[in-house]
Design a protein around this ligand. Structure first.
Ligand code: GLV
Length: 323
Protein backbone atom coordinates (compact mmCIF):
# COMPACT_ATOMS: atom_id res chain seq x y z
CA UNK A 1 0.00 0.00 0.00
CA UNK A 2 1.32 3.46 -0.88
CA UNK A 3 2.41 5.45 2.17
CA UNK A 4 0.24 8.38 3.12
CA UNK A 5 2.25 11.62 3.04
CA UNK A 6 1.06 15.08 4.09
CA UNK A 7 2.87 18.06 2.52
CA UNK A 8 1.81 21.39 3.97
CA UNK A 9 2.61 23.62 0.97
CA UNK A 10 3.18 23.64 -2.76
CA UNK A 11 6.93 23.13 -3.29
CA UNK A 12 9.42 24.86 -5.62
CA UNK A 13 8.81 23.52 -9.16
CA UNK A 14 11.58 20.91 -9.54
CA UNK A 15 10.94 19.31 -6.16
CA UNK A 16 7.18 19.54 -6.66
CA UNK A 17 7.60 17.56 -9.91
CA UNK A 18 9.77 15.02 -8.07
CA UNK A 19 7.18 14.77 -5.31
CA UNK A 20 4.46 13.96 -7.83
CA UNK A 21 6.56 11.10 -9.24
CA UNK A 22 6.59 9.31 -5.89
CA UNK A 23 4.38 6.41 -5.11
CA UNK A 24 2.60 8.27 -2.32
CA UNK A 25 -0.95 8.71 -1.31
CA UNK A 26 -0.32 12.44 -1.33
CA UNK A 27 -2.27 14.98 0.66
CA UNK A 28 -1.02 18.48 -0.11
CA UNK A 29 -2.10 21.95 0.98
CA UNK A 30 -1.78 23.97 -2.23
CA UNK A 31 -3.11 27.37 -1.18
CA UNK A 32 -0.84 30.39 -1.17
CA UNK A 33 -1.00 30.64 2.62
CA UNK A 34 -0.01 28.37 5.45
CA UNK A 35 -2.29 25.49 6.31
CA UNK A 36 -4.79 26.47 9.03
CA UNK A 37 -4.28 24.58 12.27
CA UNK A 38 -7.72 22.93 12.20
CA UNK A 39 -7.13 21.65 8.65
CA UNK A 40 -3.69 20.36 9.64
CA UNK A 41 -5.18 18.55 12.64
CA UNK A 42 -7.74 16.92 10.38
CA UNK A 43 -5.39 16.00 7.51
CA UNK A 44 -2.64 14.62 9.74
CA UNK A 45 -4.76 11.69 10.86
CA UNK A 46 -3.34 8.39 9.68
CA UNK A 47 -0.36 9.78 7.75
CA UNK A 48 2.98 7.97 7.60
CA UNK A 49 5.08 11.07 6.92
CA UNK A 50 4.74 14.81 7.43
CA UNK A 51 6.58 17.36 5.25
CA UNK A 52 6.16 20.66 7.09
CA UNK A 53 7.43 24.23 7.20
CA UNK A 54 8.36 26.53 10.07
CA UNK A 55 4.81 27.88 10.01
CA UNK A 56 3.41 24.65 11.49
CA UNK A 57 3.57 23.97 15.19
CA UNK A 58 4.53 20.35 15.78
CA UNK A 59 3.39 19.51 19.29
CA UNK A 60 1.80 16.72 21.33
CA UNK A 61 -1.71 17.56 20.16
CA UNK A 62 -0.70 17.18 16.51
CA UNK A 63 1.32 14.01 17.07
CA UNK A 64 -1.54 12.43 19.03
CA UNK A 65 -3.90 13.30 16.21
CA UNK A 66 -1.52 11.76 13.64
CA UNK A 67 -1.56 8.35 15.28
CA UNK A 68 1.11 5.73 16.02
CA UNK A 69 1.91 4.93 12.36
CA UNK A 70 3.67 8.30 11.85
CA UNK A 71 7.28 7.45 10.98
CA UNK A 72 8.89 10.71 9.97
CA UNK A 73 8.50 14.47 10.34
CA UNK A 74 10.72 16.57 8.04
CA UNK A 75 10.76 20.35 8.21
CA UNK A 76 11.87 22.46 5.28
CA UNK A 77 13.87 24.78 7.53
CA UNK A 78 17.09 24.88 9.46
CA UNK A 79 15.39 26.31 12.55
CA UNK A 80 13.19 23.94 14.51
CA UNK A 81 11.87 26.00 17.38
CA UNK A 82 8.36 25.29 15.99
CA UNK A 83 8.83 21.62 16.87
CA UNK A 84 8.56 20.00 20.27
CA UNK A 85 11.62 17.82 19.67
CA UNK A 86 11.17 15.76 22.87
CA UNK A 87 7.59 14.97 21.93
CA UNK A 88 8.63 13.72 18.49
CA UNK A 89 11.62 11.76 19.82
CA UNK A 90 9.67 10.09 22.61
CA UNK A 91 7.34 8.60 20.00
CA UNK A 92 10.30 7.15 18.06
CA UNK A 93 9.49 9.33 15.09
CA UNK A 94 12.42 10.36 12.91
CA UNK A 95 12.95 14.11 12.63
CA UNK A 96 14.71 15.89 9.77
CA UNK A 97 15.66 19.48 8.85
CA UNK A 98 17.78 21.32 6.28
CA UNK A 99 21.14 22.42 7.69
CA UNK A 100 24.02 24.06 5.74
CA UNK A 101 22.20 24.57 2.47
CA UNK A 102 20.76 27.97 3.43
CA UNK A 103 23.90 29.34 5.06
CA UNK A 104 24.98 31.43 2.06
CA UNK A 105 21.57 32.87 1.20
CA UNK A 106 20.82 33.75 4.83
CA UNK A 107 24.28 35.25 5.36
CA UNK A 108 23.85 37.32 2.18
CA UNK A 109 20.56 38.69 3.43
CA UNK A 110 21.96 39.42 6.89
CA UNK A 111 24.73 41.46 5.28
CA UNK A 112 22.17 43.19 3.09
CA UNK A 113 20.27 44.21 6.24
CA UNK A 114 23.44 45.39 7.97
CA UNK A 115 24.49 47.47 4.97
CA UNK A 116 20.96 48.68 4.32
CA UNK A 117 20.42 49.76 7.91
CA UNK A 118 23.82 51.43 8.23
CA UNK A 119 23.41 53.31 4.91
CA UNK A 120 19.82 54.39 5.72
CA UNK A 121 18.51 52.58 2.66
CA UNK A 122 14.85 52.84 3.72
CA UNK A 123 15.04 56.65 3.90
CA UNK A 124 17.06 56.75 0.67
CA UNK A 125 14.46 54.76 -1.27
CA UNK A 126 11.60 56.77 0.23
CA UNK A 127 13.36 60.04 -0.65
CA UNK A 128 13.88 58.95 -4.26
CA UNK A 129 10.37 57.59 -4.71
CA UNK A 130 8.48 60.35 -2.91
CA UNK A 131 9.97 63.44 -4.58
CA UNK A 132 12.17 64.29 -1.60
CA UNK A 133 15.34 64.00 -3.63
CA UNK A 134 16.64 67.52 -3.26
CA UNK A 135 20.03 68.95 -4.09
CA UNK A 136 23.08 66.83 -3.20
CA UNK A 137 24.15 67.82 0.32
CA UNK A 138 27.32 67.13 2.32
CA UNK A 139 25.54 65.32 5.14
CA UNK A 140 22.17 64.45 3.58
CA UNK A 141 21.26 60.80 4.22
CA UNK A 142 24.70 60.02 5.58
CA UNK A 143 25.01 56.73 7.36
CA UNK A 144 28.02 54.88 8.70
CA UNK A 145 30.47 52.43 7.14
CA UNK A 146 32.17 49.29 8.42
CA UNK A 147 35.81 50.26 7.91
CA UNK A 148 37.81 49.47 11.08
CA UNK A 149 34.70 48.66 13.08
CA UNK A 150 33.95 45.87 15.55
CA UNK A 151 31.40 43.20 14.66
CA UNK A 152 29.62 41.30 17.43
CA UNK A 153 28.15 37.96 16.38
CA UNK A 154 25.63 36.36 18.71
CA UNK A 155 25.84 32.67 17.82
CA UNK A 156 28.94 31.91 15.78
CA UNK A 157 27.53 28.87 14.02
CA UNK A 158 27.48 28.23 10.29
CA UNK A 159 25.48 31.35 9.46
CA UNK A 160 27.26 33.57 12.00
CA UNK A 161 30.63 32.63 10.57
CA UNK A 162 29.48 33.22 6.99
CA UNK A 163 28.16 36.66 7.96
CA UNK A 164 31.41 37.59 9.71
CA UNK A 165 33.46 36.48 6.72
CA UNK A 166 31.36 38.60 4.38
CA UNK A 167 31.45 41.66 6.64
CA UNK A 168 35.24 41.46 6.96
CA UNK A 169 35.30 42.06 3.22
CA UNK A 170 33.45 45.32 3.95
CA UNK A 171 36.17 46.50 6.32
CA UNK A 172 35.27 45.03 9.71
CA UNK A 173 38.59 44.78 11.54
CA UNK A 174 37.59 42.98 14.75
CA UNK A 175 35.15 40.12 15.29
CA UNK A 176 33.90 39.24 18.76
CA UNK A 177 31.24 36.67 19.52
CA UNK A 178 29.15 35.32 22.35
CA UNK A 179 27.07 32.21 22.69
CA UNK A 180 26.67 29.00 24.63
CA UNK A 181 30.20 27.78 23.95
CA UNK A 182 33.59 29.02 22.90
CA UNK A 183 34.39 27.74 19.41
CA UNK A 184 37.45 25.71 18.47
CA UNK A 185 40.73 27.50 17.85
CA UNK A 186 40.35 26.55 14.21
CA UNK A 187 37.05 28.43 13.87
CA UNK A 188 38.37 31.40 15.83
CA UNK A 189 41.52 31.51 13.70
CA UNK A 190 39.52 31.57 10.45
CA UNK A 191 38.01 34.91 11.49
CA UNK A 192 40.50 36.05 14.08
CA UNK A 193 37.44 36.06 16.33
CA UNK A 194 37.39 36.36 20.10
CA UNK A 195 34.88 34.82 22.51
CA UNK A 196 33.62 37.49 24.92
CA UNK A 197 30.95 37.76 27.62
CA UNK A 198 27.58 38.91 26.28
CA UNK A 199 27.91 42.28 28.06
CA UNK A 200 31.26 42.96 26.40
CA UNK A 201 29.72 42.20 23.02
CA UNK A 202 26.93 44.66 23.76
CA UNK A 203 29.19 47.49 24.83
CA UNK A 204 32.03 47.08 22.32
CA UNK A 205 30.29 46.24 19.03
CA UNK A 206 29.60 48.74 16.26
CA UNK A 207 27.50 46.15 14.44
CA UNK A 208 25.62 43.33 16.18
CA UNK A 209 24.22 40.41 14.21
CA UNK A 210 21.93 37.85 15.81
CA UNK A 211 22.59 34.44 14.25
CA UNK A 212 21.71 32.04 17.09
CA UNK A 213 18.84 29.60 17.40
CA UNK A 214 15.78 30.47 19.46
CA UNK A 215 15.99 28.43 22.65
CA UNK A 216 14.93 28.87 26.28
CA UNK A 217 18.34 30.55 26.87
CA UNK A 218 18.08 32.99 23.96
CA UNK A 219 14.39 33.87 24.23
CA UNK A 220 14.06 37.65 24.90
CA UNK A 221 17.86 37.91 25.18
CA UNK A 222 17.71 41.41 23.71
CA UNK A 223 15.67 43.44 26.17
CA UNK A 224 15.73 47.08 27.23
CA UNK A 225 18.72 46.46 29.48
CA UNK A 226 20.68 44.96 26.61
CA UNK A 227 19.79 47.78 24.21
CA UNK A 228 20.76 50.35 26.88
CA UNK A 229 24.28 48.93 27.02
CA UNK A 230 24.90 49.22 23.27
CA UNK A 231 26.70 52.08 21.56
CA UNK A 232 24.23 54.80 20.55
CA UNK A 233 25.40 54.31 16.96
CA UNK A 234 25.12 50.52 16.88
CA UNK A 235 23.66 48.74 13.85
CA UNK A 236 21.55 45.86 15.20
CA UNK A 237 20.50 43.06 12.86
CA UNK A 238 18.33 40.02 13.58
CA UNK A 239 17.90 37.40 10.87
CA UNK A 240 17.46 34.47 13.26
CA UNK A 241 14.14 34.44 15.12
CA UNK A 242 11.87 37.23 16.35
CA UNK A 243 11.56 35.65 19.80
CA UNK A 244 15.21 36.42 20.60
CA UNK A 245 14.25 40.09 20.84
CA UNK A 246 11.79 41.53 23.31
CA UNK A 247 10.08 43.58 20.65
CA UNK A 248 8.37 46.15 22.86
CA UNK A 249 11.77 46.90 24.36
CA UNK A 250 13.23 47.34 20.88
CA UNK A 251 10.47 49.86 20.11
CA UNK A 252 11.33 51.71 23.34
CA UNK A 253 15.03 51.68 22.50
CA UNK A 254 14.27 53.18 19.07
CA UNK A 255 11.95 55.79 20.59
CA UNK A 256 14.66 56.82 23.03
CA UNK A 257 17.38 56.82 20.33
CA UNK A 258 19.41 54.28 22.27
CA UNK A 259 20.51 52.52 19.09
CA UNK A 260 21.58 53.73 15.66
CA UNK A 261 19.88 51.52 13.11
CA UNK A 262 18.05 48.22 12.97
CA UNK A 263 17.60 45.53 10.33
CA UNK A 264 15.10 42.74 10.93
CA UNK A 265 14.19 39.73 8.82
CA UNK A 266 12.25 38.17 11.68
CA UNK A 267 9.65 39.58 14.05
CA UNK A 268 6.95 38.61 16.50
CA UNK A 269 4.43 37.81 15.19
CA UNK A 270 5.03 36.91 11.57
CA UNK A 271 3.66 38.44 9.51
CA UNK A 272 4.12 41.68 11.46
CA UNK A 273 0.88 43.68 10.97
CA UNK A 274 1.45 46.73 8.71
CA UNK A 275 0.20 49.03 11.49
CA UNK A 276 2.95 47.91 13.87
CA UNK A 277 4.93 50.71 15.50
CA UNK A 278 8.28 49.25 14.32
CA UNK A 279 7.48 50.27 10.73
CA UNK A 280 7.25 53.91 11.77
CA UNK A 281 10.97 54.29 12.46
CA UNK A 282 12.98 55.50 9.45
CA UNK A 283 16.05 53.73 10.87
CA UNK A 284 14.34 50.35 11.18
CA UNK A 285 14.46 48.22 8.05
CA UNK A 286 12.10 45.25 8.08
CA UNK A 287 11.94 42.35 5.64
CA UNK A 288 9.32 39.57 5.60
CA UNK A 289 11.47 36.58 6.72
CA UNK A 290 13.19 35.98 3.40
CA UNK A 291 16.66 34.94 4.60
CA UNK A 292 16.77 31.71 2.61
CA UNK A 293 14.59 32.98 -0.23
CA UNK A 294 16.62 32.25 -3.32
CA UNK A 295 15.21 29.77 -5.81
CA UNK A 296 18.41 27.69 -5.64
CA UNK A 297 18.30 27.42 -1.86
CA UNK A 298 14.57 26.77 -1.64
CA UNK A 299 14.81 23.96 -4.22
CA UNK A 300 17.68 22.47 -2.23
CA UNK A 301 15.78 22.75 1.03
CA UNK A 302 12.66 21.15 -0.46
CA UNK A 303 14.72 18.38 -2.02
CA UNK A 304 16.54 17.61 1.24
CA UNK A 305 13.20 17.47 3.02
CA UNK A 306 11.90 15.03 0.43
CA UNK A 307 15.07 12.93 0.87
CA UNK A 308 14.36 12.84 4.59
CA UNK A 309 10.78 11.74 3.96
CA UNK A 310 11.87 8.96 1.59
CA UNK A 311 14.50 7.66 4.04
CA UNK A 312 12.08 7.84 6.98
CA UNK A 313 9.41 5.89 5.12
CA UNK A 314 11.98 3.16 4.45
CA UNK A 315 12.86 3.19 8.18
CA UNK A 316 16.40 4.27 7.24
CA UNK A 317 18.58 6.83 9.00
CA UNK A 318 17.66 10.31 7.77
CA UNK A 319 20.35 12.03 5.70
CA UNK A 320 19.67 15.35 7.51
CA UNK A 321 18.59 14.41 10.97
CA UNK A 322 18.04 16.58 14.08
CA UNK A 323 18.94 13.68 16.40
C1 GLV B 1 14.41 29.86 8.24
O1 GLV B 1 14.21 30.73 9.03
C2 GLV B 1 14.76 28.52 8.57
O2 GLV B 1 14.83 28.19 9.76
O3 GLV B 1 14.94 27.72 7.65
Amino acid sequence: MAPKVLVTRLLPPKTQARLLEQNFELIQWKENSSIPRDVLLEKIQGVDALFCLLTEKIDNELLDRAGPQLKVVATMSVGYDHINVDAVKSRNIKLGYTPDVLTDSTADLTVLLALGASRRIKECIQAAENGLWGKWGPTWLCGTQFTNKTLGVVGLGRIGEAVAKRLQAFGISRVIYSGRTKKSEQVEARLNAKYVPFDTLLTESDVIVVCCALTKETENLFDYKAFSKMKRTVVFVNSARGGIVLQDDLVRALEENLIGAVGLDVTTPEPLPPTHKLYSFPNCLILPHVGSATMETRENMANMTLENILAGLKEEKLPYSIY
